[in-house]
Ligand binder design. Structure first.
Ligand code: DLL
Length: 428
């Protein structure tokens, strides 16, 4: 299937050949897992029907996040521990972390899918890529880092934090690409502007993910870097591999190309578990086709999206940018809404910067939502009330939601330098 590092490696791969390869990979995987012999895999596949092709995928049971916790740390391993060369972990919000284990071949594949994502976002071997995802147990930093190296580009392993220093390095080392969360990209751009360093920085593209972000946020980030900057979305999760499961192609933005040669996607109705057709919105379920150390069968990601047709001559199907998570959906006076829909309305306002917070107050009889946003510039202070009223009206018109909007001064809302931005706060 080519080296897999660049979109052009796949031009000769037809959808038919891809399906055959996926089918073979699935059958090989299931045959191997049936003889692993540890309690987890015996339990998982003990009652499952025969799998002779991709069409039999629905014979296999789903996997949930709880299983990762129950088999902590190494119960899901499908190879001896001595074959594991790296471990990542996701801290999660409560309870035990989930562990991801990788063989040498797995770390190679992890680097390959990230190299491909970077190439889709605009990188090539001459790029200098500033990687400001966290390095460590989190998959973001090392995942993108080895992707940059596999592409033959130059990686700057900045990690998170120390933003004043980071913006100086961005200029001094001549970074052309920036890999970090969307919120951190915006923070770095603001910081570069404050320090008068924007002109010294020649970034042309960013690869942003690990947290939800809307088209409005994309626009704010691109504007904040001063134009000539393309921000692309990258999706992934530690249970499957980390970043690189799917990512946007700068030439066809608005959908993410799925690395379908390694991760087979399905969409289900989260309430019933029933499979949905391509194009229908539901929960993304992923099966790893090539992972050795810790393969996952039909993992319920909890992420809401839909499958879309391939673009630009590639054989891989795409997915929508994430709508939200199954458990994020808010029900406010009978209206179902994802926080990203609120973000979309807020950040489409030209007078606002990209910072916002959403408070969902469930303590009273009726759930109330309050949004805190920030003006883009001190020149707009006299327009505070106009902006607040305008946003309240738009939220009511587009989402039928009554939201109290508070408009803060530029720079007033808290910024987060490390980890994923927490924008939605539930008070209960
Ligand atoms: O966030 C992996 C990653 C690192 C992805 C760097 C992209 C870039 P986890 O910490 O396990 O892994 O969190 C996975 O984050 O199930 C989604 O709910 C959310 N998420 C990841 N990417 C996106 C994205 C990494 N592009 C969880 N848009 C996933 C929205 C995202 N949400």
């Amino acid at each position: 299937m080519g080296t897999g590092l660049h979109p052009s490696d796949f031009v000769s791969l037809t959808e038919e050949k891809l399906r055959r390869a996926q089918s073979d990979r699935l059958v090989t995987l299931v045959d191997r897992l049936r003889v692993v012999g540890n309690p987890y895999w015996r339990g998982k596949l003990g009652d499952a029907g025969a799998v002779g092709s991709l069409d039999d995928l629905d014979q296999l049971p789903m996997t949930t996040k709880a299983e990762f916790r129950e088999s902590y740390p190494f119960g899901m391993l499908a190879v001896p521990l001595e074959d594991v060369v790296r471990v990542h972990a996701s801290s999660g919000t409560s309870g035990k972390p989930t562990i991801g284990a990788y063989t040498a071949s797995d770390v190679g594949m992890f680097a390959e899918v990230n190299a491909r994502s970077l190439a889709l976002a605009g990188a090539d071997s001459s790029s200098v890529v500033h990687v400001a995802y966290g390095y460590g147990l989190f998959t973001g930093g090392l995942g993108l880092h080895f992707g940059v190296e596999a592409l033959g580009a130059t990686a700057i392993p900045a990690s998170g934090g120390n933003s004043g220093f980071q913006v100086r390095m961005l200029g001094d080392l001549g970074a052309t690409g920036l890999a970090c969360t969307p919120s951190y990209s915006l923070l770095l751009a603001e910081r570069a502007a404050e320090e008068g360093l924007l002109d010294a920085i020649s970034l042309r593209w960013g690869i942003h993910g690990a947290e939800p972000w809307s088209e409005g946020m994309r626009h704010k980030i691109e504007e904040a870097w001063g134009g000539g900057f393309d921000a692309c979305d990258i999706y992934g999760l530690s249970e499957i591999i980390g970043p690189g499961v799917a990512s946007e192609w700068v030439a066809h933005r608005g959908r993410l190309v799925i690395a379908e040669d390694h991760f087979y996607p399905e969409i289900i109705d989260p309430a019933t578990g029933k499979g949905l057709a391509d194009g229908e919105v539901g929960e993304l379920v992923l099966t790893t086709l090539t992972k050795e150390a810790q393969p996952v069968i039909r993992y319920r990601t909890g992420d809401i999206t839909r499958l879309l047709p391939p673009v630009g001559g590639l054989p891989f199907r795409c997915m929508d940018r994430l709508w939200g998570r199954v458990d994020d959906m808010l029900i406010v006076r009978g209206i179902n809404v994802y926080p990203r829909e609120i973000e979309t309305v807020l950040l489409s306002d030209p007078d606002l910067g990209g910072q916002f917070l959403i408070y969902v107050d469930k303590r009273g009889v009726l759930t109330e939502i309050e949004a805190k946003v920030e003006l883009r510039s001190p020149d707009l202070l006299s327009r505070r009330d106009v902006v607040a009223e305008r946003l309240q009206r738009r939220l009511l018109e587009t989402l039928r939601l009554r939201v109290k909007v508070a408009v803060a001064d530029p720079g007033e809302l808290p910024r987060q330098e490390i980890g994923k931005a927490k924008r939605v706060h539930i008070l209960e």
